[in-house]
Write a new protein. Structure first.
Length: 302
């Protein structure tokens, strides 16, 4: 695929990638071959890498969804990744301008809230064309590799890695609990013995947290199992830090149970719960508890 062909496909987005424009790109890519879709993906990944090298993190930028009069702010993490997608989606001229004059990124109001739909369009087109899910991380989605500092001399190389992506902010308690539980599992001899029965060398779990429909994809590629899950962030509403931590642990348990079934492995060891976790209560129970608290506070015992 030539540069001209790549940018011609990007232009289908009309300058912004979101849930309204990305399906048009998906349809156009679906008409291409597997090799052409992968070539588009490779060029997209190259454009994003060049933007990463321009170090846009310290430059305040504005988004079309910002409140009126809001001051632009520097971006980091997923928001910065989405800015990179938005710059590519804006088309060749604006992309090259930002690449050569990075500070000009502050002179434009971007539409980056859903711009990672640009990469999702690649995944959906690949699945439409081949009948197979996209294998491995999408362009712009970085998977945390296993810690190379683990003791290889002891014959225990890392086997598990976890990456969390969020279109909206992932609650800190959920993020911290999920990564802590994954680290505990990674270092637990019982879990290592369980995974030793699997054919793949290691396991990469990617979790996308956002408002879109939930989805599970598991595939083996180059001796690695890629397990990709999408979960709805509406489940976070009304949860405190203890219930968020519990949800993170139970989510990981469900991911690992699906992995067990996919690989036809024996049942996995119990998933550890972080300290001070509490299961979420039903709305009815929560309302009853709140009512009882109000009655006690006002001396209206029944």
């Amino acid at each position: 695929m030539t540069e001209e062909e790549f940018w011609s496909l990007v232009d289908i987005l009309g300058g912004a990638a979101n849930q309204h424009t990305a399906p048009h790109l998906t349809r156009a890519l679906t008409g291409e071959s597997r090799a052409r879709i992968e070539a588009f993906s490779d060029l997209l990944a190259e454009k994003l890498r060049l933007l990463e090298d321009t170090h846009l993190a310290g430059i305040p930028v504005s988004d079309v969804h910002d409140p009126p009069g809001a001051a632009p702010v520097p971006l980091s993490g997923d928001a910065l990744n989405n800015l990179h997608f938005a710059i590519v989606a804006a088309g060749r001229s604006r992309y090259l301008r930002v690449l050569t004059h990075p500070h000009e990124v502050a002179h434009h109001i971007w539409d980056f809230a859903e711009s990672d739909e640009l990469a999702e369009a690649v995944s959906r087109a690949h699945e439409n064309t081949t009948g197979e899910p996209w294998q491995g991380p999408l362009p712009g989605f970085h998977v945390a590799e296993p810690d190379a500092s683990a003791d290889p001399a002891a014959g225990d190389p890392p086997w598990l890695s976890l990456a969390l992506h969020g279109e909206s902010e992932i609650p800190t308690a959920y993020f911290d609990a999920a990564t802590s539980v994954a680290e505990t599992i990674q270092n637990d001899p019982r879990w290592r013995a369980w995974w030793s029965q699997a054919e793949p060398r290691d396991l990469t779990i990617e979790v996308e947290l956002g408002p879109r429909a939930e989805r599970d994809n598991l595939t083996i590629r180059k001796a690695r199992l890629w397990a990709s899950f999408r979960r709805d962030t509406s489940r976070f509403r009304g949860l405190n830090k203890n219930t968020l931590a519990h949800l993170a642990a139970t989510d990981l348990e469900s991911f690992l149970t699906l992995t067990t079934t996919f690989l036809n492995l024996p049942a996995h060891p119990p998933v550890p719960l972080p300290p001070h976790t509490t299961p979420p209560t039903s709305r009815r129970d929560a309302a009853r508890t709140r009512l009882e608290e109000l009655r006690r506070r006002h001396g209206k015992n029944t």
